[in-house]
Ligand binder design. Structure first.
Ligand code: FEO
Length: 163
């Protein structure tokens, strides 16, 4: 049986994943406004992925006999200085989420909660990919600088995302 502290941490992470979904949807809306439809599609896809992450926590909490408690979701930012700034923030946000997941893993280890530890493994691996993906896009932005044609190409490339 999971501890009260563990259920609370899992619920908090559920909220963070829902906020991630909200943040990326807000970034998607920002890109739509700038007619960067490929980037908007990438962020919308990412937003849906975060919702799926949240639901993994939702289902797991129930599975271990806990109670899901939904809390207020913070209002995300809705403007960035430029497209690079938005992706930079996405990268920073993913680093924050990784840290948060690692803290729950630490708790699971401390409490010898093997079920939670095993469940969280998937997220530990997923976060490596999430950080890598966001950082790769930041690096591409840096490479293209102010080149509009390259920005157009990158927008096209990101719009082709399907996983
Ligand atoms: Fe659910 Fe992007 O971490």
């Amino acid at each position: 049986m999971a501890s009260k502290k563990m259920i609370k941490s899992l619920n908090e992470q559920l909220n963070k994943e829902l906020f991630s979904s909200y943040l990326y949807l807000s970034m998607s809306a920002y890109f739509e406004e700038d007619n960067l439809n490929g980037m908007a599609a990438w962020m919308r896809f990412q937003s849906q992925e975060e919702y799926a992450h949240a639901m993994k926590f939702y289902d797991f909490i129930h599975k271990i006999g806990g109670r899901v408690k939904l809390a207020q979701i913070d209002t995300p930012k809705d403007k960035w200085e430029n497209p690079l700034a938005a992706f930079k923030e996405a990268y920073e946000h993913e680093k924050f989420i990784s840290k948060s997941i690692h803290e729950i893993v630490d708790l699971a280890m401390e409490e010898k909660d093997h079920a939670a530890r095993s469940f969280l493994n998937w997220f530990v691996d997923e976060q490596v990919e999430e950080e890598e993906n966001a950082n790769l896009i930041v690096e591409k932005f840096k490479m293209i600088g102010d080149n509009k044609t390259a920005l157009y190409m990158l927008d096209k490339e990101l719009g082709a995302r399907n996983s």
